[in-house]
Design a protein around this ligand. Sequence first.
Ligand SMILES: Cc1ncc(COP(=O)(O)O)c(C=O)c1O
Length: 460
Amino acid sequence: MRRIESGLMGAANCIATVDRRRSRYSLADMHISSRVANMKESATLAVGNRVAALRAQGVDVVGFAMGEPDFDTPLAIKRAAIAALESGMTKYAPTAGDKPSREAIARKLREENGIPCRAEDVTVTVGAKHAVYMALQTMIEPARGDEVLLPTPAWVSYRPLIELAGGVCVEIPGSIENGFRVTAAQVAQAITPRTVGILLNSPSNPCGIVYPVAELRAIVDVIASHPQVSIISDEIYEKLIFPEILPGAAHWSPGSDPRVADRTVTINGMSKAFAMTGWRVGYLCAPGSNGHFAKEVIKLQGQMTNSIASFFMPAIVEALAPSTAPEVERMRLAFATRAKLIHRLLSAVPGFKTVQSTGAFYSFPHIGELFGCTSPGGLVIDSAQTFSEALLNEAHVAVVAGEDFGDCARSHIRFSFACSEAQIEKGIARVDAFVRSLRAPASAAAGHVAPLLRQAGTVG
Ligand SMILES: Cc1ncc(COP(=O)(O)O)c(C=O)c1O
């Protein structure tokens, strides 16, 4: 550490500061680390902020951008936190969470997911995002060129968090033809001596699909034969699977496979299934190396955030209790109904190609057929981003453009259907009218669009 002497140098600094203030002191005077400067803003949060600003101006926006259930947190969960607060549970708690919450999580993971773990292998985190951040920081060695495999389209935060940790993000592209799933053969091909991990997320954001257990097992078979590769399995949408849409659809945790259990970090949280996004509660479980990885994560957490709010911990125990299951099931059923509704409506929009959602609460249509058209407001639609901008500004419907979900997602837009059926009907009617109002290009290069819109009854 360097001590700053007072005296002439100090005076000179002082004058420089005053001079700078005179010329309007700005943040540009402060250095921004390249790690942060190069990092992209979260695309979903950015749209969310724009929607909030438009609504504040009185604009009636139909929001499909935020991955946030419209349901309220079940009452019993709220009551558990209120009771804890009233009983004086207001002090620092152990970094990784108190014993009852860690034990409840470990029990859930053992009994529901078949993951052999102890409470000591678990840490309660500030949302699942914090857990993903810490897992990557703990796993990646920046100077070594460590690679992390990312099946895409994938959640917008994975790539920035891999890169922030100093890793190289290697995308494995899924395609709409294969229901957005990557294959075990693709995973095998992507592994190099520098691969340290793979990030799996089923059910998936943004695709709204669930990997069939056999396909996920086949991917794990590949990982099992590469002992230097760890798995981060983000299972935040685990409870939102729709067997009523895809018979037999079920969740399976890679961490339950004895061949990789020791090198799998399982991440989950309360945000989605329990409608607790604002609470910021997630968790991470890493039983490997006799809990060594978990210990190192908890060390990082101790220097970072310490524990979550102490009085939320009894709410975790309540959420994971069997008595809350009917509430979770009620929400799941509503999402399943919405999944069918939005798929039916989106499939009728000209130029949209959509895969039926079987999990989570997202639909991710391909809209590339519309590129080259011009919106009524005069914007040339040349990307998912421009389509989304025109849709928001001209039809007041918010979606997230595909670009930040991966290279293979550039012609897609994401709809979150965590909103009411009435909102879905109103919003997709606006989308449909907007698409039918697009002007097809005159150029032959985009000749495929004109017949498409003409067929849909729009003026070319
Ligand atoms: C795949 C995925 N993982 C993690 C998260 C973060 O969840 P949390 O609110 O618990 O931080 C999200 C949120 O959208 C997500 O979609």
